[in-house]
Ligand binder design. Sequence first.
Ligand code: KIV
Ligand code: ZN
Length: 530
Amino acid sequence: MDTGRNHPSEIISSETKPRVLIFDTTLRDGEQSPGASLNLPEKLEIAHALENLGVDIIEAGFPITSPGDFDAVSAVASEITNATVAGLARCTERDVRRAGEAVRKAARGRIHIFLATSKIHREFKLKKAKEEIIRLTVENVKLAREYVSDVEFSPEDASRTEFDFLAEVVHAAIEAGATTINCPDTVGNATPAEYRTMFEYLIAHVPGAGKVVFSSHCHNDLGLAVANSLAAVAGGARQIECTINGIGERAGNAALEEVVMAMRTRPDQYPFTTRINTRRLVPCSRLVSSLTGLHVQRNKAIVGENAFAHEAGIHQDGILKNRSTYEIMAPADVGWVQNKLVLGKHSGRHAFRQRLEELGHALDEAALDRAFAAFKVLCDKKKEIYDEDLEALVDEQLKTERALFQLKSLQVMAGTYGVATATVTLVDSSGAEITDAATGDGPVDAMFATIQRLTKISATLDSFQVRSITGGREAQGEVSVELTHSNRKVRGRGFSTDILEASAKAYLAAINRIRTMNERTVGQASSLEA
Ligand code: KIV
Ligand code: ZN
């Protein structure tokens, strides 16, 4: 049900400092990152985390692309109450109706329609004249308004579109009932000055521009996505489309945490507010990284491991005297908690639950019981348990709950001479145990070959990385793998104090993802060109 309450433009004008709406597209553009596919429970978990973070709009998917995407958008629409839920549609009747159906149960639903407008897209991709683009825009925006009162229209590749034609399309979309106009820098080609000028031009020249919210959507091909988003705001945009950790097509989208913290840290330059609870940024970043399998680079602004680390002696000295000598933000304000020794063998369930909650994980009773049991097992292997260990434990726990195949046991024989052999036992989704053995070029290769035989899913191993998640001899190892299956990249992560076990878990996580992906693409909508 669409209540039509609280249209963004009303909220914006009711505050003293203008508000910039945060439109998160982690579940749509973000999920388009190669290897980042998410299943339904994972999407729901991220949607709830985004709602808690305080985003205004969650773009939950592209309903026409597959039954799985449709189900994900409608499940998010049913469960999320504090954010608008958007479904993406091309500018066609079928897409718009499907998106309308998907967001039907939302407390606040939005249909987001896009149609390319630049000369290069019109001539080579769409093969459509300008008049046709205008006609389709008007028809489909009107159709979308039959489903919801909140319709966003995006002239795709807006930043490379002739200004006069762009203004014409935007005007037509507004007249037809669009309430948000999003002008994407689809290929990440714009510079901040150009992108700002485009918004200033549209706001000054399009009749009715004052009735709608203008929005930015920037890709990071030249590393300018965040700078361009902020330039758009300076030019009059009041919605920023972005993703957690900046994930997305190719080089990704503008990173939510960066645009939000830039506005918060430099109000002299960006005198705007957002509804984001910045203390949720790091937990949200970790959740997205763990569920998508996309690592956050150490030196990534705000949420990277080194973002607040001071190595040089002169910096450390300054920090000890006064933190603001070298820190422009307080780590706690973006959700970093001290990397301290948290729990040990004698810690109780209550302390365990409390620490997990502080880290942003609210588990139900059953999941908490399982996680606590796993924690006790870990305490026997490792005296000192750090936050990173707890994060890994919850990550494992959630993955195991949803896994189609789980690792029961493994035995590996390997040495300098002779062929390595692995025997692996898995539990399949029916609860049955399956065991097999295979040889390989080393213990890891033998384990992976055995898992392929057991699951009957073959894939090429493209990358295999091991790192220790905390310091010390007893540290848990994290293994990340990247596989290719049917031309698609898939990632998986596993944790254990035993590197071989972590490797098997990582490989299995990727295999489970392939299985889900294969199920999701059955019945996929025919063609997505246009
Ligand atoms: O980059 C882009 O142009 C998009 C549109 C669908 C908004 O993602
Ligand atoms: Zn995009």
